[in-house]
Every structure is written in C-alpha cells, then in structure tokens.
Design a protein around this ligand. Structure first.
Ligand code: PHE
Length: 455
C-alpha cells in the first residue's frame, strides 16, 4: 500500500551511491578553492570556522537533502512540489528546486573555466615546463595562460565537451567505476605532495598557520566565505544531493553515509592545504594570491621533487577527473529539468544546457584578462572592483547556496512531521534528539547569524 512512486531505478549498492556523492563533492572546491580562500582569509581561523560550518550546518543539510530526495523519488523541483502538496504546505517550497537549477548553471559556467586551467596544466606538466621554474617565475605559466583568452576558451570548451558527452550519453556508470580507483589515487597523490612539502623548510610554519586560529585575521566576510564554502564543497543548496537521494534505497543509513562523505571531503581539502602552504611559505610566495594559488605553487613543487614530471602529469589528470565528476553533477539537474519541461530529448537537453553554460563561461574567461577592470556592480561599495567571475562566485556561494540550504533545513526541521523524518533517518532516540536540535535550531540560526552580520 505504499503511496511512494518508485519512478526510477536505485543505486546498485551503498558503495555506488557513496562514490557518486563523493564524486560530486570532491572536486575543484577542495583542491583549488579551499586553499586560495584560506590564503585570502588568513589561515587557521578560517579553517576552524569552515570545519564548524561543515559539521553543524553542512552535515545536517546534506542529510536533509538526501531524505527529501528519498521521499520524493523525483527531480528536485518535482520532489519539493510533491512533498509540499502531500503535507499541505505552500507550493512556494518548489523554489528550492528552481533556485538549485539556476545555481548549478551559474556555478558550472565558471567551474568549467577552472577545469580548463587544470587541463592546460596537464600539458604543461608533460612538456617539462615545471622544471625550470624558480620562486620568482612560479607564476609565469599561470600568468601566461590567464592573459590568453583564446587558449582559455579552447580549454574551457574541451572541459565542457567532456561534461556534455557524459551527461548526453548517460554513461555516468562507467565513470563511477573509474571513481573507485581514481579518487583514492587522488588522495595518494596529495599525500605524496604533503610528503614533499614536509621536506621544505616552510612546513612547520605553514602547518601552524593552517591549524592555529588567529581570529584577528578573520573578518565578517571571511566568516561568510567559510560558510558559503561549506555549501559549495559538499554540493549543497542546488538540489544535486536531493536528486541523488531519490535513487537511494531504503536500507541505506543516511547519517552514516553522510558522515563518510563529509569526512572524505574535508580530509581531501585539508591535505590540499597542507601540500600547498609549505611551498608558499618556503618560497616567499603570496598566500593571498587568489584563484591562481595552486597553479602558481604546485608546478614549483613538482619541478623540484624527484619524479616530478610524472607526478605532475598524474596529479593534474586526477584533478581534472575530480572536476569532471563534479561538473557532471552540476549539468545533470539542468538537463533533467529541460528534459521534463520541454519536448527535447536527453541528448538535445544536454547540448542546449551545455552550450548555454559554455557561453556564460566566456564572461569568466574575460574577467581574467580583457574585462579584468569591468566591475558591473562597482557603483555599490560592497562590490567595488569585483569582476564578473567574482560576482558569480559571490552570488552563488555566499547568497544562493546558503539561502537554499537554509530553506531546505527549515522545511525538514519545522514543516515535516517528526515521525516521517525520524523513520527516514532511522537513528537511536538520543541521536535523533541531537540531530533534531541541530537541524531545527543550530543550523538555521547559524546561517542567519552569519548572513546578518556580514550584510
Ligand atoms: N562540490 C564540488 C567541489 O567541491 C563543486 C560543486 C558545487 C559540485 C556544487 C556540484 C555542486 O568541487
């Protein structure tokens, strides 16, 4: 007598589900974005706030998205309308799904450009150009790339094409199998890099800088950045995890699986930090260099370590792979939505969504060269000097994702029946009480307070 529409297939196993979730969450956010934001925000205090946000805000929202998805059994927009109708709640909750699709579009537009940078660096690593780098010329390869819109466009196109082809072909299964090998390899490569970093004389200072919070270095915007990044890195607030949850079978324990994903995601980010900052410190580079940080630092490290040419190629290949699995998860919700709302086929939808995203990506490319002085919202003091790329990043990580995430957890915490949530989470009494408390009070209040203080 189950009224739950089983509209699609389910994950073959808990492992397959976990892999797909890890594939979406581990990506450029961990290896590219986390280090450069930490560098811009002064180190340890940022890391600590980020970790707190992951645990008290990210983890409960991840669980909420999965349980909604498993209940709704559809794409995020239909899931929200289905559940809110059944519970006689306002149809406005559908906006959670709509905001998600828009957020995914905006993020993928710049994500693909950065994925293109990683592709370009595979070629650089293979050509041996890392070996001649010195502290003074560390940024030269990256600087040259940024100043060349045509080359950037070529790599952005290549990355976008990789994403479109997989989504159009619906062959993500093969990728999932590859993820089983490649994700652990990425962790191994990061450990190799940390091993190299440990031999440099900046290691102790860098580790202390990363792990000892100095709150005088963190301003309110840094706190908002840390919270926003918790959403970004876990792929939250976009309906992506909700869509994944719709494939989740009833016997999977949501809490335990969420913990696995969160821990893996966090460990990868911290390893990236530990690999990069010692090289920054021991070469007198600028920790606050911004989005180019890893592309200025890692080539120097690979250029100096024994076997660096091979390691460099392997590393950037793995980075591209991690970015690819995340990029696929970003295109997927847009394609699903187009497929449902228009007469287009899956293949047609994938191409239309992909080309639209690719077009917007051009604005990000130009933000780093020809349009680097263009600040569309420069008339507001808060957005002074921010390029289109900066604005896209701000609008998504600092506004849309936290707001959508907030709406999600408020819905689960306050608008759904306790018993229904409880039966989905399948926890002991005390664990559920704790979860409820965090989901109803700590997480929403946390998001609101961080928002209010930074506005
Ligand atoms: N979580 C991915 C990363 O850290 C990026 C991403 C964001 C993917 C949002 C999907 C949705 O790289």
């Amino acid at each position: 007598m189950s009224s739950k529409p089983h509209s699609h297939a389910q994950w073959s196993s808990r492992l397959a589900f976990t892999l797909a979730a890890v594939g979406s969450s581990v990506g450029l956010g961990n290896i590219w974005k986390f280090p450069y934001m930490t560098g811009e925000s002064g180190g340890g205090a940022f890391v600590l706030v980020y970790l707190i946000c992951i645990l008290l805000i990210g983890l409960p929202i991840l669980m909420s998205e999965w349980l909604l998805g498993r209940l709704g059994q559809k794409n995020p927009i239909s899931t929200m309308s289905h559940i809110s109708a059944r519970l006689k709640r306002s149809p406005a909750w559908v906006l959670i799904g709509v905001a998600g699709v828009l957020g995914a579009y905006l993020i993928l537009s710049f994500y693909s450009v950065i994925g293109g940078w990683a592709l370009a660096f595979i070629a650089d690593a293979a050509s041996g150009s890392f070996e001649t780098l010195t502290s003074d010329t560390a940024g030269s390869l990256f600087g040259g790339l940024l100043g060349d819109p045509t080359t950037l466009l070529a790599w952005h196109s290549a990355f976008m094409l990789m994403v479109i082809l997989v989504v159009a072909g619906g062959v993500a299964g093969g990728l999932e199998r590859a993820a089983k090998i490649l994700m652990p390899l990425l962790a191994v490569m990061l450990i190799v890099l940390v091993g190299y970093a440990a031999t440099t004389d900046g290691f102790a200072d860098a580790a202390a800088w990363l792990l000892t919070p100095d709150f005088s270095k963190l301003d309110k915007d840094g706190v908002l950045a840390a919270m926003g990044h918790a959403f970004f890195t876990l792929s939250l607030g976009m309906g992506i995890m909700m869509a994944y949850g719709s494939y989740l079978s009833d016997d999977v324990n949501i809490g335990r699986t969420a913990l696995v994903v969160v821990v893996l995601d966090t460990v990868i980010a911290l390893l990236a930090g530990l690999a990069i900052f010692p090289v920054v410190f021991s070469n007198g580079l600028d920790a606050a260099a911004g989005p180019g940080l890893i592309f200025q630092t890692l080539p120097l490290a690979f250029g100096r370590m024994p076997g660096g040419e091979v390691f460099g190629v392997v590393f950037f290949v793995l980075l591209v792979f991690a970015a690819w699995t995340s990029g696929i998860s970003l295109l997927e919700p847009i394609v699903e939505w187009l497929e449902e709302k228009t007469p287009m086929s899956r293949v047609g939808s994938a191409w239309v969504a992909g080309i639209a995203t690719w077009l917007l990506g051009i604005a990000t490319i130009l933000s780093f060269n020809l349009w680097s002085d263009v600040a569309p919202l420069g008339m507001f003091a808060k957005f002074e000097g921010m390029t289109i790329f900066d604005l896209l990043d701000y609008a998504t990580s600092k506004l849309m994702l936290p707001l959508t995430g907030l709406a999600t957890i408020v819905f689960v915490g306050w608008f759904m029946g306790r018993d229904e949530v409880r039966s989905q989470l399948n926890m002991s009494d005390s664990a559920f009480s704790l979860w409820s408390f965090v989901a109803r009070y700590i997480a929403p209040i946390g998001v609101v307070v961080v928002f209010a203080s930074s506005l």
